[in-house]
Design a protein. Structure first.
Length: 192
């Protein structure tokens, strides 16, 4: 870094004034905050788990507060053979999937067509509505045979977009379920 004459004079003037006034500009460390954090880490229970974002299976260490039972830290496992403690951006943001995320939706919010207001609904109402809309779309647009007269049994008005936050077994189960409903437009977020 190159120091100009003007910046040198400003810096030396500030230092001279601070010495004359007896001010101490040394960085102050907040030891109390650090002690409580270290105490929390020392008394926590640590569990190893696997990141669910992709098929790599990177290792994670979850620190759980022994008093509240809530996760307060997630980091890469340095002893895991795949990631050796490092994490990608999605794995590093894994903590946001826990209930510690203050922006996480905790209730079903529904906005009626052409409305500008959100309504809070319960989960039973939402699941029944999704099932009803899916059934109505399948009943209306279900194709039994194609143009050649071949049996196809499919619907093209409903699609499924999978999540990258599920493991291989869950992905297979969902894939088979939506295929059984006749869906052909099946995609996965990891491919996008």
């Amino acid at each position: 870094m190159q120091i100009t004459r003007r910046s040198f004079l400003k810096l030396s003037g500030a230092m001279g004034a601070s010495t004359a006034l007896g001010l101490d500009f040394k960085p102050v460390k907040a030891y109390a905050d650090e002690l409580s954090k270290m105490h929390r880490i020392k008394t926590s229970k640590q569990f190893t788990t696997v990141c669910a974002y992709c098929s790599c299976g990177c290792g994670l260490i979850s620190s759980v507060d022994s008093i509240t039972g809530k996760i307060f830290n997630i980091e890469g496992d340095p002893e895991h053979p795949i990631n050796e403690g490092s994490l990608c951006a999605k794995g590093a943001g894994f903590f946001d999937l826990t209930e510690a995320n203050k922006h996480r939706l905790r209730k079903v919010q529904y906005r009626a067509p052409y409305s500008d207001k959100w309504e809070v609904k319960d989960w039973d109402w939402a699941m029944k509505r999704i099932a009803r809309l899916t059934k109505d779309a399948r009943d209306k647009d279900f194709i039994v045979t194609n143009e050649k007269g071949q049996l196809v049994n499919r619907t093209e008005s409903v699609a499924h977009l999978g999540s990258s936050n599920i493991d291989n077994e869950e992905c297979w189960l969902i894939s088979m379920s939506v295929r059984a409903m006749g869906l052909v437009y099946i995609d996965h977020q990891a491919r996008v």
